[in-house]
Design a protein around this ligand. Structure first.
Ligand code: RIB
Ligand code: CA
Length: 325
């Protein structure tokens, strides 16, 4: 299934991320989708330390020949407590993909200041931006605290994080992005944003497989397609008992895919909470699906994914990015 033809005006988006194998795929999909206009990439400490995330963002943009997109480093740890790091991205953060060191440098402007600048401009033009978060939400939480007047310029927040009707992937209850900074998540959940959550409930439905990875073969060396094939072949959890088969879950790409093809996803409204005090359940996300808490819904939580549609569109857009001049 492919998304509708290019809309009249691309959706302006900010991608806040911690690249990260799956972050890289989400970014490449966005750059290959004419429906999206990536205004900036902001980085946050997550899968790997901030400096490595930032370098990887620069590498990905050079791979895609899109060094026009600025990269702004953000927070190098959570609002409270120590930083935790990912387990499946390798020390370099891009798994078994090796990319040349970037030529471009990151901006000296902080991620939160860049987010605020873009939102101020949008607000002045009576326009809106969509914010995508692919890692811990520390940068976004600081934006909310420092610039509450700018939140009206956020059209929608689409965010990978949380686990509702499924176990955590980093602790028994908690998904990595939320566990890494639950206080930030709590600020975001309470901000009144139009919020679409892509939790593990969704991402575990979009598992790689040899057949799906075959969609990404044939790229010439040095193209996004070849890089994507390499990223995907290394992204195998080898844990059929947990995931129902071999392969790895497509976490972050679902965020940018949702923006281009929401028809591939089904959401359920809920009020979502995050646990910030418990030792056992620290960072757990909890959904009130049936109004038991008396709180209004504050999120649309993706619960169903058309996985074949996801992989087909992902390969279509990364192929077209690889053919772009
Ligand atoms: O739990 C999955 C999330 O944690 C993904 O965003 C992955 O990149 C890591 O940040
Ligand atoms: Ca990520």
């Amino acid at each position: 299934m492919t998304a509708e033809a290019k809309p009249s005006k691309p959706k302006s988006i900010i991608i806040d991320c911690d690249p990260g194998v799956d972050d890289a795929l989400a970014i490449l999909f966005a750059l290959g989708s004419p429906e999206l206009d990536v205004k900036a990439i902001t980085t946050v400490c997550g899968n790997v330390p901030l400096e490595v995330c930032t370098k990887n963002a620069l590498k990905i943009l050079e791979l895609a020949k899109r060094t026009d997109v600025p990269v702004h480093p953000g927070c190098d740890g959570p609002m409270i407590g120590e930083a935790i790091f990912g387990k499946f991205h390798g020390a370099g953060g891009l798994g078994n993909l090796v990319l040349p060191d970037p030529v471009a440098l990151p901006s000296e402007q902080h991620a939160v200041d860049k987010m605020a600048e873009l939102l101020k401009v949008a607000k002045g033009n009576n326009e809106k931006l969509t914010v995508c978060t692919l890692g811990p939400m520390t940068n976004l939480a600081l934006l909310i605290k420092l610039h509450p007047d700018l939140l009206s310029a956020i059209d929608c927040l689409v965010s990978m994080g949380g686990a509702y009707r499924i176990a955590g992937n980093r602790t028994l209850t908690s998904e990595f992005n939320i566990l890494a900074d639950p206080h930030a998540a709590n600020i975001v959940y309470s901000a009144g944003l139009d919020y679409v959550a892509l939790p593990l409930d969704a991402t575990h439905q979009a598992m790689t497989s040899p057949e799906r990875i075959a969609h990404f073969e044939g790229g010439a060396t040095g193209t996004p397609l070849a890089a994507t094939h390499r990223l995907l072949t290394g992204w195998n959890r080898n844990d059929p008992r947990r995931y129902g088969g071999d392969g790895g879950p497509m976490h972050d790409p679902l965020v940018t895919l949702y923006l281009v093809a929401p028809e591939l996803f089904k959401t359920e409204a809920a009020h979502i909470f995050v646990e910030c005090d418990s030792k056992l359940c620290y960072g757990q996300t909890v959904a009130d699906w049936y109004g038991q808490s008396g709180e209004e819904a504050n999120a649309k939580v993706v619960q169903k994914v058309d996985a074949d549609g996801v992989f087909s569109l992902l390969s279509e857009r990364i192929r077209s990015l690889s053919q772009a001049g």
